[in-house]
Design a protein around this ligand. Sequence first.
Ligand code: S3P
Length: 177
Amino acid sequence: MAPRIVLIGPMGSGKSTVGEALAEKLAAPFRDTDQMIVDQSGREISDIFIESGEDEFRALEKIILRTALLEDETFLSLGGGACLSLDAQSALRASGAFIVYLKISLSQVSSRVGFNQGRPLLMGNPRAQWQNLMNERAPIYEGLAHYICEVDNKSVDEISSEIEIAYELRGKGESNG
Ligand code: S3P
């Protein structure tokens, strides 16, 4: 068994907000890999990056992802980089969870991300950094997803209802990923 739905996508696409809304709607537990890392390490994500480096963060993230994928019937939101390694991709595919990519444009995301200390990968020039990451990552997000949800100009309610319907229709030839 595994989580019911796993949300993937870039920083600022709303994975945590949407995951929480979905979990509440469907009365199931919500998990978030970033939050699990903070809870388990007792450190903020930005402190881990700055004090210990990205490699240590990725090692923690890998362990947390494995744990999170063993929890049944949850709604799981992944940090933007958590699904990228080949290991993570295989584990996600093997889990059987319904994988949803929240796809957002740079123009919509730019008002949301980067201007705080919480996202170390976007320090410097947040818009350019975000776009550079997306150029590399978009093909992986698309390749993994059973369903791609375009979130531009949609409310959290609209997005969660769309995902709920896609989940109900899964396996019936309706997925678009
Ligand atoms: C990261 C995304 C962040 C967090 C870390 C690295 C990434 O999570 O895991 O800063 O590599 O894209 P969110 O996508 O929830 O912001």
